[in-house]
Design a protein around this ligand. Sequence first.
Ligand code: ADP
Ligand code: MG
Length: 271
Amino acid sequence: MKIAVGGKGGSGKTTFSGTLARALAQSGHRVLAIDGDSNPNLAVTLGIPGGAAQEIPALPRDLLVDAPADGGARRRMLGRPPAEVIESYGVAGPDGIHLILGGRVGHAGTGCMCGAHARVRTLLGELIGREWQDQDVIVDLEAGLENFSRGTPRSVDAIIVVLEPFYRSMETGRRVWELARELGVGRVWAVANRIRSEADLDAVQSFCEAHGTELIGALPFDEALLDADRAGKAPIDHDPCSPAVMQVRRIAESLFDRPIRGKAGSEAEPA
Ligand SMILES: Nc1ncnc2c1ncn2[C@@H]1O[C@H](COP(=O)(O)OP(=O)(O)O)[C@@H](O)[C@H]1O
Ligand SMILES: [Mg+2]
């Protein structure tokens, strides 16, 4: 399954993405993690130490080529097979995970990041076919909505939006759901984060119900995540059984039992 994780800045996207990737990998899945944030932080939540994370190369600017398409048009595609791209630019992390970095802002005044969006969008679009059937992909999206105007997560199977029980976080979530559906993504789900009370959970649950989005899990506020962040460690390594990590494990287990809603909106059995 290819999953993109979105939501408001600070809602917990990177913490959730990294922990979900590790939880899937620990239960035997082949996982590719893609950091889609130009201020990349996914490596550390996956368990790749800070020093090594600084050295990870971003996908290069010349990765895409123009190729002829039907009707005399041209289309952008990877200049090399996706397996070679992952081999060349993917950095190995714990539990067999590979991490790819879409792009990073290395210097001031160097221009826009639309190329990085195009590279991630194209790579995701080419991870199709039989050889990729058992490849799970988790994309940690940048906060904000530009991913959607650029169609970066267009070809994922599901978008999970991380929501905190506050108006602005949920309102951002609602906009992401709408845009994800406009992109044609078949499954749009929510995960509540930093839940401290029944009232917090009720607020997120009612919001999701009102907007027809399934809430697939709720992570409590968990000091262990903050401790992990302070120590520069992956939450799942710092405390493999902390309450929030256990909730992510539960979500990981449940993902593959969910019905697939195809692009045309029809329900089908999971592949
Ligand atoms: N459930 C939680 N309980 C406590 N702290 C959390 C929780 N989820 C995330 N955090 C902390 O919140 C901060 C922001 O999380 P992060 O995953 O970087 O957010 P985002 O990627 O959405 O900007 C980090 O310091 C992280 O450790
Ligand atoms: Mg982040």
